[in-house]
Ligand binder design. Structure first.
Ligand SMILES: O=C1O[C@H](COP(=O)(O)O)[C@@H](O)[C@H](O)[C@H]1O
Length: 260
């Protein structure tokens, strides 16, 4: 058996977001030390709200500093809708986090989709992949981009990004960004990072909270079932960490770790 993911369970959201903040700042500092920027991709859904709670909290001291001017923010998946649409992951992140970042913390460079291609999801995906090629080419002339951090959600069916259980996209091996036109969760047309890109990141963090996630958490951690989140665990091993609250892992046998 390969290396196992880290499962960090917290009594409440306050404890979760405090540790998530430390984890993100550590990933930020490592990225900046390595290549002078922090390349992070984020999900939509419930993630931006929790992330905002973590990142908009006051600094706890000189080692607890966000340097947003060196952040490059990408989207782990995006819906093929205008950026001001209620379903837009960009729109959600903007409302929850981007619009609220204090000016003295700097302004991140954000990479939304090119909405000129909303009617052609293959083109939408290709254009987004080209953004990654341009951004990562300066440092990695490699087969896959290496994100410093992916911040992901986990749907109640075990999907992550727009990678859904049993979908053919889980077998994608060459594209970095792929279109999907039959998402079982609306809206149906989306683009998503592919599984090889997700599992190739330096670090992958999932955030899952609430009792509504406990059944799928049991499936992901205690069963071998090929759910997308479980495939990320398998591919990323101990580079993958889960930040959950206790209700989300009630009845899950997989051992928790302490976040130090
Ligand atoms: O459709 C999506 O759902 C997932 C999970 O959302 P959550 O609300 O259950 O956290 C999300 O991670 C993804 O980005 C989004 O497009």
């Amino acid at each position: 058996m390969g290396k196992q993911p880290n499962l960090y369970a917290f009594a409440d959201t306050a404890a979760l977001v405090a540790s998530l903040r430390t984890y993100v700042i550590n990933a930020q500092n490592a990225g900046i030390a390595r290549h002078d920027s922090f390349k992070v991709a984020v999900s939509g859904g419930s993630l931006p709200k929790v992330l905002a709670q973590a990142l908009l909290a006051p600094s706890r001291g000189p080692d607890d500093v966000l340097r947003f001017d060196q952040w490059e923010i990408f989207f782990a998946d995006e819906r093929a809708v205008p950026l001001d649409h209620a379903d837009s992951n960009y729109g959600l992140l903007k409302a929850e986090l981007l619009d609220k970042i204090p000016a003295d913390l700097g302004t991140p460079r954000v990479h939304p989709i090119d909405t000129a291609h909303l009617n052609d999801t293959q083109e939408l995906a290709d254009q987004y992949e080209q953004i990654l090629v341009t951004s990562f080419a300066s440092r990695d002339s490699v087969r896959l981009p290496i994100f410093d951090l992916l911040l992901l959600g986990c749907g109640p069916d075990g999907h992550t990004c727009s990678l859904f259980p049993g979908h053919e996209l889980l077998r994608e091996t060459s594209a970095w960004v792929a279109p999907i036109e039959d998402s079982p969760k609306p809206p149906p047309k989306r683009i998503t990072l592919t599984l090889p890109v997700v599992t190739h990141a330096v670090k992958v963090a999932f955030v899952a909270t609430g009792a509504g996630k406990k059944d799928v958490m049991k499936q992901i951690f205690d069963e071998s079932n090929g759910l997308p989140c479980a495939l990320v665990n398998e591919g990323a091993g101990d580079r993958c960490s889960w930040f959950v609250d206790n209700p989300a892992v009630e009845g899950v046998a997989f051992p928790r770790r302490s976040f130090l």
